[in-house]
Ligand binder design. Structure first.
Ligand SMILES: *Cc1c(COP(=O)(O)O)cnc(C)c1O
Length: 490
């Protein structure tokens, strides 16, 4: 008897608790740990016992980014009801999104439609960014971006050399291409990049040391120093350059560039044959906002990022679809198809739609487009704007409390509320409390926050990224926990 989808979903739902705590009870984790088998059984326990084990032993020990509105660690999102419904279908029908041809199955068209709807939500022109694909997350999107940047910038260096050539890293490899182009180093010029950017640099053979931060100042390390950028680009005889823009930065939620600066960076990139990649994993969400005084600092940081050559986004963060789902857009479809061509002979396109075989890293792929498609259709543009507005409001409410508190310090220094997007960075004035603040807050199990370092000392961040946000309820809960932490340390 095949397992019915209905039955699975009903069983899972029957186990969802009413608790909105961010972490499960410690006993549930201890119990789950003890239940993990140490050896593979020769004879399986059977479907029924396995289900009981998953539902009764493991599931109660899962944490709550989806169930709880108070999971503020990392930037995790949640999963909307529409996307979850679609995700059950994705698993139930196990579609391989790599192999759809028109007239064989609808998946390829669904993926294309979802990507275009997403571009419309984010006001990213479909015609200007014809290279589009869903990825496993922002890390893989950053690999795509740097790989295209490497291809582009090395070829550009070759064209400036005499006699000009246009060597392809994808074809002849990085060593031969750089030799032919006279490239002695490749630089990824950025500001406080997400850790995945250095990983991407390692994976594609540039090396983590090629990622160079050009901060405006120690106080504003997330912002690009344009003079320094220009110096690095013009100095760089024999260098191929990729400019990587953090929009936004993961500790502060702040944006590396302004509208005016993006135009200058574009001109510099064109002059020096550099590629511009934007990591907008969660920052891209800000493109749904409408101009208004309280959002203008955010909009100024995000509205011209479409001057870039490639853009990373995370749907599991900004759209609240289930893991794993990122996306990647580029202006340079042909270059993308050259770098990610699958096999010596390219796999043909699906009619009008470029085959996903030649656009990204994976071959066989889950139809992760469907939850995006479902959420966008179910909720539409206005819901997504309203969601972000509530996330910003909760962040600013918490930040306002911190600002007036005698125990906590809002970071970075000189932050005003309208700078705050959906991440709040802060620390306790008391060094003792500060050193244990994250542990203390998370020990409540009611809320969950991440620790980081800021200006050489521990700091705490609260990232508001779930659709379950309720400003009044959640700000009260967070403020209560912040006050408890102070009481507990006296
Ligand atoms: C989360 C994040 C990433 C990594 O994304 P994954 O989906 O976890 O791979 C990259 N860049 C930024 C700015 C992020 O916030």
């Amino acid at each position: 008897m095949p397992l019915s989808l209905n039955e699975s979903v009903a069983a899972i739902n029957s186990k969802k608790s009413d608790s909105i705590n961010a972490l499960p009870p410690l006993e549930a984790i201890t119990h789950a740990e003890a239940s993990l088998p140490v050896s593979l059984p020769d004879k399986g326990m059977g479907l029924e016992d396995m289900k009981r084990h998953l539902l009764d032993d493991l599931l109660p020990a899962f944490n709550g980014p989806n169930q709880s509105p108070n999971f503020y660690g990392f930037v995790t999102g949640g999963s909307t009801e529409a996307s979850l419904f679609a995700d059950y279908i994705v698993s139930g029908f196990d579609q391989n999104a790599q192999v759809f041809a028109p007239k064989e199955a609808i998946g390829g068209n669904v993926e294309d439609a979802a990507l275009r709807l997403l571009q419309q939500l984010l006001c990213i022109d479909e015609a200007v960014f014809p290279g589009r694909i869903f990825t496993t997350g922002a890390t893989s999107s950053n690999i795509l971006g740097l790989a295209l940047g490497r291809e582009f910038s090395v070829a550009a260096a070759g064209r400036r050399k005499l006699p000009p050539s246009s060597p392809s890293v994808a074809q002849i490899g990085i060593v031969s291409a750089c030799m032919r182009a006279g490239v002695r180093k490749i630089q990824v010029l950025t500001t406080v990049p997400h850790s995945s950017l250095t990983k991407a640099a390692s994976v594609i053979g540039l090396g983590t040391n090629t990622v160079i931060s050009l901060p405006l100042s120690a106080e504003q390390p997330w912002r690009f120093d344009l003079n320094e950028l220009e110096r690095k680009l013009s100095d760089s005889d024999g260098a191929a350059n990729i400019i990587a823009i953090s929009a936004g930065e993961v500790n502060t939620g702040r944006f590396a560039t302004s509208r005016e600066e993006m135009f200058k960076i574009r001109a510099l990139a064109d002059k020096h044959g550099a590629w511009i990649h934007v990591d907008g994993a969660f920052g891209l969400q800000a493109r749904v906002l409408l101009p208004n005084e309280s959002y203008n600092p955010i909009i100024d940081g995000i509205d011209s990022i479409t001057l870039a050559d490639s853009i990373t986004g995370d749907a599991h963060k900004l759209l609240n679809v289930p893991y794993d789902c990122g996306f990647f857009f580029t202006r340079h479809l042909e270059l993308q198809q050259a770098v990610f061509q699958n096999g010596a002979v390219p796999i043909p396109d699906l009619g009008e739609i470029p085959s996903a075989h030649n656009l990204g890293i994976e071959n066989s792929r889950r139809l992760r487009a469907l939850p995006v498609y479902a959420s966008l259709l179910a909720y539409g543009r206005i819901w997504h704007r309203d969601l972000l507005e509530r996330q910003i409001e909760l962040s600013r409410t918490i930040a306002a409390y911190i600002q007036q508190s005698e125990h906590y310090d809002l970071l970075p220094k000189a932050t005003v509320l309208t700078d705050i997007y959906m991440i709040v960075l802060f620390r306790a004035y008391s060094p003792t409390l500060n050193s244990e603040l994250v542990t203390k807050l998370n020990a409540s199990r009611a809320i969950y926050v991440s620790g980081t370092r800021w200006e050489d000392a521990p700091a705490t961040r609260i990232a508001v990224s779930t659709w379950r946000v309720d400003v009044e309820r959640d700000s009260a809960r967070v403020i209560a926990e912040l006050e408890n932490a102070v009481m507990g340390s006296k």
